[in-house]
Design a protein around this ligand. Structure first.
Ligand SMILES: [Zn+2]
Length: 130
């Protein structure tokens, strides 16, 4: 289980609990039995499809735990531009806190690199190779 999964798992369990009130309301309204259960599951599917999609596809959760190191005056590792540079130090499944040769980048190169990291993490669902 990845760190991203460890963050998503409790949210997923909470989301499952949200289906309980829905089931309770529908069975109070329509009674118990197969028919009301089918209706409750249909309503739940219509609603929770979007919640599940957010939980498993959204990259917002990863951004919550990003840690950056910023230098007001440094040199970009990629293009050599000097000025404000930064590096991503830590996020879910990406840990460069003990990096002995940190690479700082200008805002443009940093965005490009960040997108590569996010794509790789999202595609693999595992930690980056060091
Ligand atoms: Zn650059």
């Amino acid at each position: 289980m990845t760190r991203t999964d460890l963050l998503r798992y409790p949210l997923y369990l909470l989301r499952w609990q949200l289906s309980s009130p829905l089931l309770a309301v529908v069975t109070l309204w329509l009674g118990s039995g197969w028919g009301p259960a089918v209706v409750a599951n249909l309503i739940g599917g219509l609603l929770f499809f979007w919640v599940d999609r957010f939980l498993f596809k959204s990259r917002h959760l990863e951004r919550i735990v990003e840690e950056w190191e910023v230098l007001p005056d440094g040199e970009c590792y990629d293009c050599g531009q000097t000025g404000r540079v930064r590096r991503l130090v830590f996020t879910l499944d990406y840990d460069r806190r003990l990096d002995e040769r940190p690479q700082y980048r200008c805002p443009a190169c940093s965005e490009r690199k960040l997108q590569q990291v996010r794509d790789l993490l999202h595609r693999k669902g595992t930690a980056l190779p060091s």
